[in-house]
Design a protein around this ligand. Structure first.
Ligand code: FES
Ligand SMILES: [Fe+2]
Length: 382
């Protein structure tokens, strides 16, 4: 984030603190509970959002060297990411062209991929390299039996993939980010290091995973003992960037700005910046590091698969550095998993009961309203 933007946000937040105010949406917004519980809606989201749009997959440092790969299932589709010998990041359907076995598992470094079923081999660029007992496949065109490429894009240290092979060959990351690219560029995320990640499967709809980051209204009540002592409740500055948004919160420590000219303000240590990337990602810039949350739909509307990852500006090479990042990592997990998602699971049971038909988002929750309005527009639902 550029210094000028930091200062503009700091002034807005400081005024909100002074006035006991927060950014407001023009009006409240009502959302049918079915958005979180209906199987037809979940299917529509899989088709239009998860198979139709670029998805954030992680930071480039997860796959920094040629041969680095990562395989996972995203909304029911087996995907693999591979860094080629040419340094290019590629994505493929992780499906062998012989009879469909996954050719890669987990993550690691490979020189080539050998299918575990019958041993067909693929180069890092996805080309079919070898077929054991080749004489049994007369006339097979090797060129036409490489791994199926998926459109990918990499910029600002961030990786995006589209799960639909029919889409354009590459993703234009800048166009996708709708103005946020320059802001991400200023952080220097391409120099960040991977610290750790974990995948969790809470019994909540994936959108609730996003919702939980989109307002500070709940901090004083739900997070009384975890993050409320650090971050001001019910106070934030909201900005939309196309289908994405940025939400900025103030730490209590922002009182350090008071009584000083803004040329002396150190801004980033005193704010928390939450970026919501459409459709399913939360990127949190926390003072001095980066946390990402990828929310994916589970098998049914009330299940999700969520990946949390923490990235640090420098590699954690000492015990002291590791302990510091671990403390941050544990606080994020403790807050979100034990508090937000634990309550979310109980809310989800209420949604599934269909006793209540709507939820209401207040004017003090503009980022939440923007998210669900953009979803309605993308899905063609109301
Ligand atoms: S399924 Fe991969 S080699 Fe047969
Ligand atoms: Fe929360």
């Amino acid at each position: 984030m550029k210094r000028q933007t930091q200062l503009e946000l700091a002034h807005v937040l400081q005024a909100h603190v002074r006035n006991g105010a927060t950014d407001l949406a023009p009006e409240v917004f009502r959302n049918p509970v079915a958005a979180y519980s209906d199987a037809a809606r979940a299917q529509l989201e899989r088709e239009r959002l998860f198979r139709g749009l670029p998805l954030f997959m992680g930071m480039s440092c997860r796959l920094s060297d040629p041969g680095d790969y990562l395989a996972e299932e995203v909304a029911g589709i087996p995907v693999m990411l591979v860094r080629g010998r040419d340094g290019m990041l590629r994505a493929f359907a992780n499906i062998c062209r012989h009879r469909g076995a996954p050719v890669a598992s987990g993550c690691g470094k490979a020189r080539a991929f050998s299918c575990p079923y019958h041993g067909w081999t693929y180069a890092l660029d996805g080309k079919l390299a070898g077929i054991p007992e080749k004489a049994s496949f007369p006339g097979i065109d090797k060129e036409a039996h490489g791994l199926i490429p998926l459109p990918a894009g990499e910029r600002y240290g961030m990786i995006f993939v589209c799960l639909s092979p029919a889409r354009l060959p590459a993703i234009d990351v800048d166009a996708h980010l709708a103005g946020l690219g320059e802001e991400f560029g200023a952080y220097g995320f391409e120099h960040y290091s991977y610290f750790a990640s974990q995948t969790m499967t809470p019994a909540i709809n994936w959108k609730f995973g996003i919702d939980t980051f989109l307002e500070a209204y709940h901090l004083p009540a739900l997070h009384r003992a975890t993050v409320a002592p650090l971050i001001r409740g019910n106070l934030g500055s909201f900005a939309a960037f196309g289908d994405h948004c940025r939400l900025t919160f103030a730490r209590h420590s922002s009182a350090a700005w008071d009584g000083k000219p803004d040329c002396e303000w150190d801004v980033l240590p005193h704010i928390v910046v939450v970026y919501r990337l459409f459709p399913n990602t939360i990127v949190v810039f926390q003072s001095d590091h980066l946390e990402t949350w990828r929310m994916l739909p589970g098998e049914t509307p009330e299940r999700s698969v969520i990946e949390f990852a923490l990235y640090s500006p420098e590699p954690a090479t000492t015990d002291k550095a590791r302990a510091y990042w671990k403390k941050n990592y544990d606080l994020a997990i403790r807050t979100v998993l034990n508090e937000d998602f634990a309550l979310g699971e109980r809310m989800q049971r209420g949604f599934m009961s269909a006793v209540q038909t709507e939820v209401v988002y207040g004017r003090n929750e503009p980022a939440l309203i923007h998210f669900h309005q953009r979803l309605h527009a993308a899905l063609g639902v109301s």
